[in-house]
Write a protein that binds this ligand. Structure first.
Ligand code: GUN
Ligand code: ZN
Length: 389
């Protein structure tokens, strides 16, 4: 009975505002412990409790109200004891808004070749001193309870969608369900932290359906679709997202993990997904790439050396806005000059790229609310693929 009572507790309120009449897109408001956020939304990744190069204040200026941290990284440094003494990750990084933490297993498996998954958990060697360590579902939740993030993720067993080992994909799917049960029992703060389950099952739609049924029955406050964005064909990706959203309750947020590119996000919204995260906008900024509505521009290219326009015309980010409107008035020429070596260039471009994605999803939401999401998609894709740069 305790289990049943406990799993009904949630620290969020999901208000569905509009459903698109043509696609499966939804506009919603998600009320979280550190304030409301509008769905659909993109969540920038601040792995080490900082978005590479941006201060929390600068991240706030991009209009971000929910960012990602990682349990694996924060568990290693500053470590659980420090987190407990400080009182969590919000205080650690002076971030008054919402935080979502990924559980850590995915990062270990993708970062460390030596990670090994057993029923107990994920075994790995400490990157600091090589000592053997074990991340169990219970330990991941305990760390996330110390971090105090508004949304916490279950530990899951993730296999690349491109893996040919069907038996292993099936095992990982069932193991992820068992690990969700262990995470739910270990969770100490359901009244202030929302635990999301993660649907696995590779590209096998029957496995995905079975996983959806099992996870939905466990009634977590939100639901993630995992194991994607690992290089599978777009058509396969879309089938998985569409199959899952078709089986998920209307009144819960749906988070597709590790996506991504603006085009993929907009299509996934049409398939019924609400939340996205990806390191790509900030990582690509460090290579001099600017995300714009006519595509990704590499500002290191010589053609930008004498381009004194903003990174994107009309962009309202701090980097692009003219000084007369309180912005920095950064030009493409300046970005070209700094992008190669100076870290300031990468930071400014990160600001623009994060702002771009947050703003794109704000526009998408507005289009859904006004029942014009299909034409919004047509306009976006014709500008991206048909327009002039
Ligand atoms: N990030 C991207 N994909 C995944 C996934 O399947 N599981 C987890 N935990 N994190 C992810
Ligand atoms: Zn900009």
């Amino acid at each position: 009975e305790d289990m049943v009572l406990r799993r009904r507790v949630s620290a969020l309120k999901f208000d569905l505002v509009t459903k698109c009449a043509t696609t499966k897109a939804r506009a919603a408001t998600l009320n979280l412990p550190h304030g409301p956020v509008q769905l659909p939304m993109f969540m920038p990744v601040a792995t080490q409790a900082s978005l590479k190069g941006l201060t929390p204040k600068q991240l706030e200026e991009t209009s971000c109200r929910l960012c990602l941290n990682n349990t694996y990284h924060l568990g290693l440094k500053p470590g659980q004891k420090t987190l407990d003494v400080i009182g969590g990750a919000h205080k650690l990084q002076s971030w008054p808004h919402n935080i979502l933490t990924d559980s850590g297993g995915f990062q270990m498996v993708s970062l460390l070749k030596l990670a090994q998954v057993t029923e107990e958990g994920v075994r790995f060697l400490s990157p600091h001193d090589g000592t053997p360590m074990l991340l169990t579902p219970e330990h991941s939740i305990s760390l996330q309870n110390s971090i105090g993030s508004d949304i916490i993720m279950q530990l899951d067993d993730v296999i690349a969608t491109t893996s040919p080992d069907h038996a292993r994909i099936k095992e990982a799917m069932y193991r992820s369900i068992r690990w969700l049960d262990r995470c739910m029992s270990a969770h100490q703060k359901p009244e202030s932290q929302n635990l999301f389950c993660i649907i696995q099952g590779g590209l096998d739609l029957d496995l995905r359906r079975e996983c959806c049924r099992e996870m939905v029955a466990r009634d977590t406050p939100g639901i993630a679709i995992g194991g994607l964005s690992g290089g599978e064909a777009k058509a396969e990706y879309c089938k998985v997202v569409e199959t899952c959203t078709g089986l998920l309750p209307d009144l819960k947020p749906r988070y597709v993990m590790g996506v991504g590119y603006p085009e993929d996000i907009l299509v996934s919204i049409a398939l019924g997904a609400d939340m996205f995260d990806c390191v790509w906008p900030t990582r690509t900024a460090r290579f001099g790439n600017a995300i714009t509505s006519s595509g990704t521009l590499n500002l290191r290219h010589a053609s930008y050396a004498y381009d004194f326009g903003p990174v994107e015309e009309g962009c309202s980010c701090t980097c692009c806005r003219p000084p007369s409107e309180g912005g920095l008035g950064i030009t493409r020429a300046y970005m070209h000059h700094t992008a190669a070596k100076e870290t300031a260039g990468a930071h400014l471009l990160s600001m623009h790229n994060v702002h771009y994605l947050l703003d794109l999803l704000r526009q998408a939401r507005q289009a859904i609310v006004e029942q014009r999401y299909p034409s919004f998609l047509v306009d976006y894709f014709s500008k991206l693929y048909g327009g002039d740069k």
